[in-house]
Design a protein around this ligand. Sequence first.
Ligand code: ADP
Ligand code: MG
Length: 651
Amino acid sequence: MSLRLDTLRGVGPERAAQLSRLGLVTLEDLFLHRPRRHEDRTARLNIRDLKLEMVGTIRGRVVTMGVSRFRRGGRSLFELVVEDGTGRLHCRWWNLPYMQNYFRVGADVFIHGKPISMKPRTMDHPETEVIDEDAESCLHLNRIVPVYPLTEGLPQRWLRAFAWHQVGEFASRVPDPWPPGMLPGRPSRAEAVRGIHFPATVAERDAARERLALDEFIALQMTLQTRRRTLEAKSTGIPCAGDNRLIKPFLRRLGFTLTPSQTEVLRTVRQDLGGRHPMRRLLQGDVGCGKTVVAACSALMALESGWSVALMAPTEILAAQHHRNFQRWFDGFGIRVDLRTGSRKEEGKRAEAGGPVLFVGTHALIEESCGMSNLGLVIIDEQHKFGVGQREKLLRKGAYPHLLVMTATPIPRTLGLTLYGDLDLSIIRHSPGGRGEVRTFVRGEDRLPRVWEFLRQKLREGRQAYVVYPRVEDSGGVGLKAVKQEYARLRELLAPSAVGLLHGRLGAEEKQSVIEAFREGRVQVLVATSVIEVGIDVPNASVMVIESAEQFGLAQLHQLRGRIGRGAHESFCVLVGDLRSSEAAERLGILERTRDGFEIAEADLRLRGPGELVGREQSGMPGFRFADLRWDLPLVEEAREAARRILDQTP
Ligand code: ADP
Ligand code: MG
């Protein structure tokens, strides 16, 4: 399979260069060159039966063609008219005058595209292929044909014929990477290579795609599971299950009872902490579902057992907040709670010689060189803000401590198993009750005056509000200027309420003082960019207006919305956007319908793909050719099982 394509017949230096521009150097590359789509040429339409906006393929004969040029801007239009006995179809290409070299009047052509108007029937920039009744025509006609991604100078027909010959000659020799019998009911890899290029039926192509996707998932799962198995072979779990000595009084003074979800997670964690191998667990739960208490109880289990604990948070604000909470919660337990951030290294005052310590900090914890001995458990809050590398570095501070990572970004299971496949997953499904409702409304930009009127009403009632604008940080000076203008406008519009401005370009102190003023109620309205996503908790803020909402991802809007509904008042989230595209209206409508973060994440994954969902911080997204994280959950699960069986068989 490592045979080089440039050694094959018919591949001269020019073709070889074109192929390598597509990344095709070896036979294997060619076999895994995925067709952009397949065209079922046995199922052609008559021109008469084409429907508006519906994709279809027709076969016809060119009756006339020509280029018109426009004086202004040097634009041009190439037009081609084909006929098939049932009707005529006009095809148009803008600014591609050389298209006329590909056709001649009288030639037979395939046209694939969708009509944008019916009188006359017209397609803009359809895909075409001139039919040339040669010896190989059986390959290009009357069957399901692959349509490949191309590069300049490389004709579709040449690549198809080339693939046809190589698949015919060599595909049967493609080896199966896994031991026999591992994937019952699936085609062999050799069959899959044939099926992805030249399937006899659509079902055969789909089965081939699934098999090749499965191979990609299995390879990834093998890596993840091997990492986990290596860890378990090298290490034994530190006994950290505790004896309830501190948890009991802690829960008693907490002021609320744990939800069933929280209790269940803690039961699992206790099992892990008393198990043979170090815990490696990811805890997912929506904003506000109560992960901090779960972290506290887990920490207490280790502390009761005489082991120290490190808790890492993504920002100084969050670390300080945790430090404050845990100090209060653990008061009188004889446990030192240390804060270690870049700007502050505080030694505990009631240091008990040799006793276990809870270290709270930012990534500064990773740099810490001394004083973190005896680590039994590492907890990482908001895992998605850290990379895998940082996680590993913190773990290396101890002799295989247990690990609990927590994330407030619900991620669909397909992604979870892919990105965090070496971790066990726990989910807190439901948030504690007793919060104010959040009602969400989607409104077009023309409704803004009424939105501001509504906002003024709520301010008069004594509530506070956020007004959010998208992505100033990314869009540079222009975007920042826009927010500053809006800020000036809103100050006038909402007077006499005080309006504050918060964005990513402010210094840490400025930021802090704006947040303080809002927290203390000196400022009633906070105009902000998405920097407010993490870390602000103001229960009296019960209204959020998000402008240009269509520019945000659903998951991000959901996170933003998590800032309100924290007090007893009914809260309102108004998503204002450009709703002219039905897609935007539909997308935002999902947030009107549900507050389930997982459902929203699933929808976001389907609509915008995995890259948008995990965000830019998240590196390590594997690139797949055949696998599709949006739809392939069953395949990921099958791959996980298969990888387990394969590893069990091959020591
Ligand atoms: P997150 O999961 O976003 O980190 P927190 O741990 O900050 O959420 O919890 C949000 C709020 O809910 C906190 O004020 C916390 O004290 C409260 N809380 C947590 N668990 C419960 C519970 N079982 N019942 C009532 N309130 C709870
Ligand atoms: Mg939290």
